[in-house]
Design a protein around this ligand. Sequence first.
Ligand SMILES: [Zn+2]
Length: 412
Amino acid sequence: MYPIARLCGIGLLLGLLAALLLKNMLMGNDVDFHRHKALLIGIDGVQYEQLKHAIEAGKAPVIGQFHPAMSYTGGIVGSSTQQPTLSGPGWATVLTGAWANRHRISSNDSSLRNKTDSLFKLISLSSPTRHSASIVSWNPINDNFVDDISAGFIELGVKCGGDDQCATDRTVQELRTGNFDFIFVHLDQPDSAGHENGFGPHYQDAIVHSDQQVAQILAALGQREKENPEEDWLVILTTDHGRRPPDGFDHGEQSRSEKTTFIALNKPANAELAQPVPDPIAPGLDGLYGVASVADITPTILAHMGINSDIDRYGIDGVPLIGPLGVRQLTATLNSANRSVLLQWRVNEGSKQPLRIYRSGQLIAKLTDSSHEYLDSDLPQPIGQLNYTVVLNDVPVSRLVSEPVTKRGEAQ
Ligand SMILES: [Zn+2]
């Protein structure tokens, strides 16, 4: 027996509530990103074709179930992103989304320190309740990121000194009883087998062994997911570099085989991983630059965890492999003589969204068409270092441009 006015009032309230719920659902506001977690399993020195060989022979069924896709490391040869196909630079790129011109880990020297925002730091700064662990078989990785350990961005840093079972067991333990939002675990055996024996049965056996350790880690994760069904885990498997042809003993240079790596996800990938660009902006190496790169791993994990970094200080060279796509294949070329920077990129068919370009945090252009390049000829004096960020579909991607420095230290 409610008066009509009161019934209308309740109806209006219910209507508003329903509209609000619908809006939240449409905008994804019902997603609790704090339950979105990530496990990154890095296996050192696994060359893509060799891994495929092991999978096709039924020797790596656990990694095989994730259908590894081809990726590249070492940056783009001849550009500012080029870096040696070594473990130090490679893992630093995996863990920062940046190439060595930002992270400054240019070799395997364990005294080098990462100089750009790491994945650990970005996760930690996104929320005080989020915690990360880095459990490595090859110790120099945690040396390169020791500043993140001292700052508390890596809450648990474990060095296993080449003992992959130690890294596996500790990861299993943390998945069972710990409460980390992000765990990086590194296994090393395929790399050491490659250095000792090259490609062949020993190298294949090492991949088999790593596959079994990945199985142990995933079993612990599976148990955890059963006990904590509200958690949503992204699992990524990758490696830091390929191996030198034809024997596979060494690596560090820029051959296609050394640059070829793999990335595998437990979730549906977007086109960046699933549909390589057939005509990449950077030519050569049989179209290798059309595939995803190891720099894409950090932004993928950030996307899964719902972490949006400040556009003013965005410095990630990779793009996310899940969710919406921004521009692909961004390149930035400085022409010192006429003081200009040419930005070029690719957009997927049908993408006509407005696109914004930032130079070192300042918005310098808004493009409303589906253009593929922009010439910035209004450079500051001196040019120094310029960080360009191109944003499309709310997905940013950056490139660092530096004025070449002569031997006398003069900018040129
Ligand atoms: Zn190696």
